[in-house]
Write a protein that binds this ligand. Structure first.
Ligand code: AMP
Length: 113
């Protein structure tokens, strides 16, 4: 139920965020607990809980979100970055409103923990 999440409150303007990009489909803002010098979240305005709940009708939106990731990363001056989508509790998802992490400004290792 995405309507109860903190990201829904951000979308409704009930709590503030450090916004970096906004359009009719999505919002991007800085993560409150950054794991890299640049850590931004891109979230759809539509309340999709996770990639598990994404539907075929969301294909265009999902493509748009990835395009916005590139747009925002370039806007931040990044040429290297990591994109993360945690899906489900065991994968590390804590907020059940779909979001894409953009992490940049440091080196990353593989495999991730
Ligand atoms: P995940 O663990 O993939 O669900 O990511 C959720 C992310 O949301 C975490 O990196 C949190 O630090 C971030 N977060 C939680 N609350 C806020 C908030 N109010 N503003 C910005 N980022 C937040």
């Amino acid at each position: 139920m995405t309507s109860k999440t903190i990201f829904n409150k951000i979308l409704k303007g009930e709590i503030p965020c450090d916004e970096v990009y906004s359009d009719e489909w999505c919002l991007a803002f800085r993560d409150i607990e950054p794991q890299a010098p640049i850590h931004i979240l891109v979230i759809p305005r539509k309340g999709i809980e996770s990639m598990l709940e994404a539907k075929e009708e969301d294909k265009e939106l999902l493509g748009h979100l990835l395009w916005v990731v590139t747009k925002v990363a370039k806007q931040e001056g990044l040429t290297n970055w990591r994109t993360v989508i945690n899906t489900g509790l065991e994968a590390g998802q804590t907020v059940f409103h779909l979001h894409i992490h953009i992490l940049g400004g440091r080196n990353f290792h593989w495999p991730p923990g």
